[in-house]
Design a protein around this ligand. Sequence first.
Ligand code: RP5
Length: 327
Amino acid sequence: MGNFLSRFNIHLNTRIDQREVYRIPPHHKCRNCGQGCDPSKSENTCVNAKYTRTGTKDQPAVYRAVVPNNKINWSTSYEYQPVEFTSEKVRTSTKEYVDKDPRDDPKVEIPWNLDDRLCDRRSYHGPYKVVRRVPQNPCGRTGLTGRGHLGHFGPNHAADPIVTRWKRDQNGQIMVHPRTQRQILEFVCILRKDTNEYAIPGGMVEKKEKVTDTLQREFHEETLNFPDLDERSKHNLLATIKDVFENGGIRIYCGYVDDPRNTDNSWMETTAYNFHDGNNEHLALIEVHGGSDASKAFWHDLGSETPLYASHADFLRKVADIHNAHW
Ligand code: RP5
């Protein structure tokens, strides 16, 4: 897939050292199929020359044109025949927040590269090009044009809360990993219903919503599904989340995500924050239970051993770096 994220300077704001630069490591997910192909071993073609996002009945397979790794950049000339695809659900949506296709109707004008208050169409990576009335993915060819499963042309913004605590034994001692001899973190992990992959419990920024609110809403919806909880406990739980999320986070990343839904005209960008409870004072005490788009939610060891959705492993690696923890 190439080292496309490292082309960008990643915006960081850590409380540890503002001058320190955490580099996003090279990607291992293949641009052609979204799977773990090793691009260095399959130079001109992807080993799975098709891509199926989920295999579930509501999201059938989507086949992409194969893009050789050395032809991903727009500046490289290439006899390119991408597949046009916008899902039925997106095409027929009547929601105000889902874009109309300006290629179908000359009257449709979209304020590219601007925040029109309903939707922030700015990319974290600066102004993107608009070619034949639609935005061009700043990370290059994907084999697919249109919006795929995404509601917006251009950047589709998300937010990812990374909630962590130390892994402790029965005596409360922080556990050390035998391979790295570093202390082990645990993070709140979900199993995504759509792809059946482990992931951070993130989600899309909704219309007019602030990222800080999205972080709380998504964490709540996907990991705190306790229908039988009494009102008082629910209130206390939400107050804790609000308090910590509004006061204690470290921004880990904001920018392009290597999401399997990305197309040449629509792509995911996210802001990921780490909320760490090092002393078992608040978040570390929370029990989690999957809801909404998550079939499960659980505390899970943070380490390179676990394959994760999209670019989520890159974000967790940075969290491990920041806390000098096992990876
Ligand atoms: C990823 O998709 C983001 O990092 C975020 O975790 C997620 C948002 O999409 P949904 O979970 O709402 O589908 O690119």
